[in-house]
Write a protein of this length. Structure first.
Lengths: 338, 338
């Protein structure tokens, strides 16, 4: 049998075992292994002691993490890679360890184990509206835990949203979650006043973050669903961060229409999104995001820029612009009234 | 905050989502999607119809598989990659689709969801001896399903094992499973006579394979555990394929000692194994294999060549040689009496 050199059984094997990489990272975070490495514990006995784990388990887990690029090993001693030092050591200000708790949440992973059924029906196996079911507890957890992963996006999003605006700027932050995006705008612009919309328990988290950032006096809470609550207004900026992808086209358009009605003439809506190219298979992270929407929502998607632009247009916006966030899978898709 | 260019939050994100690649591949195999692509169905409506699946689910799954390198897409049409054509289309003689059923088996994956606990204790959460518990049903499934993944290893292993032998060659195939390795030796050498050892229900599978290969008249079954059964002998070749890695050092040595006692003076034991380098973190697939042994056995491991050589020596063998199998993560580790 002829096997072309580009055909690889290793890719099949590696894909079948890929779940182990997820489990290994979650276990290492649970065991606080990355903190131990950062503290200088660098051999198996010392790491095992520090993590209250077995030596066999610690050695095999650490070696596996080296293979996965999340630790390095030299002369039998383990140390951080640049990635693990910055993003996995809980002592690092950029640590994503808490985000892992969210992405590794068994509730959000469970549907993937029923993916065959989900592909057949085209709809999540989670009850109701899936992860966007009203008051879903996942989003309190999201607000708590995903802030670190989202933080690097806040500054670039803030610049795009504020571009060309001065004086008093009214900001509506829809599905605010941890609130970081609205808070960043308040920090970047002293004239900004933010109204944050989300379910009440989620807004607790956002408000605490606003207090910590010293902008609580310009931070207002409006509890409820973005679909139901009266926004008031007018606003110069409406933020829709990691939100539209959960819904079908018609729902997105109707929400954008509601947003347009509360925008000032100089106003703009800024959506932070995973935006694949028109081919829907690149860039990899944005394109792959669609599977999460398939597994956990009724009709969400990773929409292309062309699709978002069409939604904005259908909702009455004058023009749409895309601003990719450097070194992140996200793009700001901004709709302008003028 | 300074972020060194080699630090990548994407790697963390990608690792946390890696389990989705496993689920997507298993779902695609379940839905018989790779057969549909091979038959020429190349757009979403036609693939969805053929797989009795939704269009939304089919589109998102296919795009995800493109991102994963397991399909390609051009002008909105899907087709096989060289890898999926050869190894995932069930119509291909090299199809690994059935092996995926084994590697994706929920029973064998379940311990990975308890990896934190396993690293703490150093021992599988599976009952008893884990995957090597006597008469474990997984190995009947293994015998049925893993033959395609193992087939490319059989010819190179056969050459190594037979090297320098002629005339009547007695072969003992321990934990024979699907039996392919002993059967291949019988095919390569008409003077070879094979005795296959495994649990009785597994030997049914091996014997059916021997019949299909036309070597059943030189194929004998010896039901029982390799640790308990009387091997008879003497033998010129003893095969230990994908077996030693399940056990601790002492168990391996005692089995090799039992093997040595039934070898003829020209005899050799040939172990097919995942053999990482001394650093235990390369090559990636062999090194990563240790995690499977951690998760599913009490004391198994991916032993290095140095360790296997020491075990062979401790068991009374004169010398040990390593022969890596081309384009596979396996190595033949052969112990010789002379």
């Amino acid at each position: 049998m002829h096997v072309p050199p580009e055909a690889s059984p290793a890719l099949v094997f590696e894909t079948l075992n890929a779940h182990q990489r997820t489990e290994a990272l979650i276990a290492a975070i649970d065991l606080d292994l990355f903190r131990a490495v950062g503290e200088g514990h660098d051999d198996v006995p010392s790491l095992a002691r520090r993590c209250a784990a077995s030596e066999r388990g610690t050695r095999i887990l650490c070696d596996f993490l080296v293979v996965s690029g999340l630790l390095q090993k030299e002369d039998g001693r383990y140390r951080h890679t640049p990635t693990s030092a910055l993003f996995l050591d809980p002592r690092s200000p950029a640590s994503l360890a808490s985000s892992a708790k969210f992405l590794g949440d068994p509730m959000l992973r469970e549907p993937f184990r029923r993916l065959t059924e989900i592909v057949r029906t085209g709809c999540t196996t989670l009850p109701g509206d899936g992860s966007v079911e009203p008051e879903h507890p996942a989003w309190v957890e999201f607000a708590h835990s995903m802030a670190p992963m989202m933080a690097p996006m806040a500054a670039p999003l803030g610049s795009v949203a504020l571009d060309g605006l001065d004086g008093n700027v009214r900001v509506l932050d829809l599905a605010a979650g941890h609130g970081l995006f609205g808070i960043e705008i308040a920090r970047q612009h002293p004239g900004a006043h933010v109204v944050a919309v989300d379910w009440a328990p989620v807004l607790e988290v956002a408000h605490a973050n606003a207090r910590r950032a010293g902008v609580a006096d310009r931070y207002e809470r409006l509890a409820g669903s973005a679909f139901d609550v009266d926004f008031g207004g007018p606003y110069d900026i409406v933020l829709l961060t990691n939100f539209l992808h959960h819904f079908d086209w018609a729902t997105c358009v109707s929400l954008l229409r509601k947003v347009r009605q509360v925008l000032s003439p100089r106003g703009r809506a800024a959506a932070l999104e995973f935006v694949p190219n028109d081919d829907r298979v690149s860039p990899p992270m944005s394109a792959a995001f669609a599977l999460i929407m398939l597994a956990t929502t009724r009709a969400g998607d990773a929409y292309t820029f062309r699709e978002y632009a069409a939604m904005y247009q259908e909702a009455g916006f004058a023009r749409t612009e895309a601003t990719p966030i450097p070194r992140a899978p996200h793009t700001v898709v901004t709709g302008y009234l003028a």
